[in-house]
Write a protein that binds this ligand. Sequence first.
Ligand code: DER
Length: 228
Amino acid sequence: TQREKEKQLAAATALRWIRDGMLLGLGSGSTAAYFINSLGEAVRNGQLQVQATATSHASDALARKAGIAMLEPRRGLRFDLTVDGADELDPQLRLIKGGGGALLREKIIATASDALLIIADSSKAVPQLGRFPLPLEIVPFALPWVLDAMEALGGAPVLRTDPNDAQTAVQSDQGNLLVDCHFNALPDPAQLAEHLQRIPGIVEHGLFLGLARAAVVAREEGVMLLRP
Ligand code: DER
């Protein structure tokens, strides 16, 4: 499909920024998967020598299968670059992430990186954040009160359940719960992020503000590099 072509183009374009010896953060989701596979190919045919840490179990397994040398988290570890997808990005490069449930490790790795490069198909670029529901990672015990707090903030929170079994809640790689909070529009993402940080039990939220250095957005007519 056109959207898959755009994801592949964005992922392949991101390879231009990769240099020998880089320590890389590897994102999660389908666009990041294309990047991991393209990177793996360059590593296997000797074009690139890098080391990496992934933002999810799924991306870690994919990267190892692709032949990329992986690094365990250690003190002082900083990444030269993290390449990751997004669910929405606005003109200031504020992001909503977490559609794939990996938002906690994505934010940990992004924060430990000197730069975060977003790769996205054209559907992700929006004038204002918020049409995509905001993902939250929650400790299970806190769930009822978090749902109350999100409604008090004007959101419509929905516990993320298994697509094949509505009785089973999805677990993050950490064994926590995921809640998708529908707002329709987020006129002030920074203010909402402030509120969320004060709700106990929310381990992390999917607003990535001031983290992305640039975004490669692929459209039918070609690729654009967006900077804040
Ligand atoms: O969860 C995330 O933040 C991912 O980056 C993801 O939602 C992007 O998804 P996609 O690349 O599969 O569209």
